[in-house]
Design a protein around this ligand. Sequence first.
Ligand SMILES: Cc1cc2nc3c(=O)[nH]c(=O)nc-3n(C[C@H](O)[C@H](O)[C@H](O)COP(=O)(O)OP(=O)(O)OC[C@H]3O[C@@H](n4cnc5c(N)ncnc54)[C@H](O)[C@@H]3O)c2cc1C
Length: 526
Amino acid sequence: MPRIAIIGGGHNGLTAAAYLARAGVDVTVLERLPHVGGAAVSAQAFDGLDARLSRYSYLVSLMPEQIIRDLGLDVRLARRRYSSYTPEPGTDRGLLVDAGDEAATRASFAAIGAAGDADGFAGFYDRTTRLAAALFPTLTGPLPTRDAARAAAGSASAWSEIVDAPIADAIERAVGHDLVRGVIATDALIGTFAALDDPALEQNRCLLYHVIGGGTGDWDVPIGGMGQVSGELELAARQAGATILTGVTVTSVTPDAEVTWEEHIGGLANGTEGLRTGTELTAQFDLVLSAVAPHVLGRLLGDEAAAPRPEGAQVKVNMLLSRLPRLREGVAPEAAFGGTFHINEGYTQLGRAYAEAVAGRIPDPLPCEIYCHSLTDPSILGDDLRASGAQTLTVFGLHAPDRLLTPETNERMRDELEQAVIVSLDSVLAEPIVPLLLEGADGPAIETKTTLDIEEALAMPGGNIFHGPLSWPWLEHEATSAASAWGVETAHPRILMAGSGARRGGAVSGIGGHNAAQAALELLRP
Ligand SMILES: Cc1cc2nc3c(=O)[nH]c(=O)nc-3n(C[C@H](O)[C@H](O)[C@H](O)COP(=O)(O)OP(=O)(O)OC[C@H]3O[C@@H](n4cnc5c(N)ncnc54)[C@H](O)[C@@H]3O)c2cc1C
């Protein structure tokens, strides 16, 4: 029986393990933390408060139904009626995009003085939806060539807007109001530190992956939180016979698939390197699937230069509130917080914030977006909290690049970033947010994760949420091997990329793991 090691028990490592074990491969997953799931986990973040928050990633868009079906996962995704709410800073108005009520959405565009943008906005997303319908089904198959992908997308799609020129051009052509431009622009910046007019187009690739998920671009709420997604994948892998070892850190890999790891006593304390037994084990495998970041794999191979340390650019804040905050406008909190709530993410503000961050400062105001899981899915709250009207709030702050932090300044910067988030939120709310924080055993229910915190906890280099820059989901030339056809190749034929760093692997999707498993099965075929 062929033997495969999978380094990293994040959701992609688990996906690969489930597919391979079901195909009769002897699979061993090696995970350094005491639990699996990586960035797709739920946690009781606040002692004494019975709420299981999706601690890092929170919404699902790119996970194909096919993976859920193939592996028999009990993963249910709830569609949100409200797409977004964006208060206009300094006013009592805001833009509410309500997918369930076109007339109300038009009226909201008119109310902020952007009546003329309603068609341009809808038209832009109509073209991205056409692109999504063509590209999304290809993500779980061998890569198409660029020409084939372009032909499938067709000329009525957003292909040329997203692929051929910096996304700033398309946004500025599509809509005119600064706030409306900002709503579109944020999809290009979640997880990417770039200017919107950057000719390198990293921001375009980021937008592409934000608008093609599920063939519609919708971002759904995983019922039960992200822990449910990883928990189901773990179950599928174990039931199929995979061996999953937690509390073991892989310390080296050779190009011919020899893997060495160390065991910990009691796992890692607070995600930091904890006690080790000193027991080092080495084993030979037929193939190794790397479900860790490319930079981490480079280190394990003794070739750090192969994949430079990437840079993340976000700050993540989790909160548990006694109730939702009041808004300046008369919009229902259930509508405003029911989708993505954009704060200080106007187009000009985003440009200014990027420039400030490049100059080495925390942007003021900090562009943020917030989302309330418990409105759509209260099952993550205990009965008492639910009955009390408590709500969770997750903040994703943009343009907070890793370059602003060092291990020495991380603690101070965490406080400063948290403060910047609070100031930004307060600037658009009708009441301050801090008095609404519930009190846990260790103080107010707020936790802030900088890029360095994320690197320390999850071994995501630079705190980059996608393990590195995203790649186009097609090949420029015909594939030369099974690994390149599936977008999982490394410089070494016996080592495949299976995580977020695989081509098409970014986000919570399982696509990296699925595609690496398919390539591995092709390679193992006699
Ligand atoms: C704050 C934040 C918010 C995000 N929000 C979203 C979102 O809402 N929606 C979305 O789709 N995506 C989101 N993402 C991105 C998404 O979470 C990741 O792209 C995805 O979870 C990566 O999964 P993975 O399995 O490839 O890797 P990871 O989840 O990074 O798992 C890798 C695993 O490898 C382990 N590991 C590392 N080094 C070693 C070693 N030497 N030995 C053994 N094990 C090792 C790690 O401990 C980890 O468990 C977010 C990410 C972050 C950080």
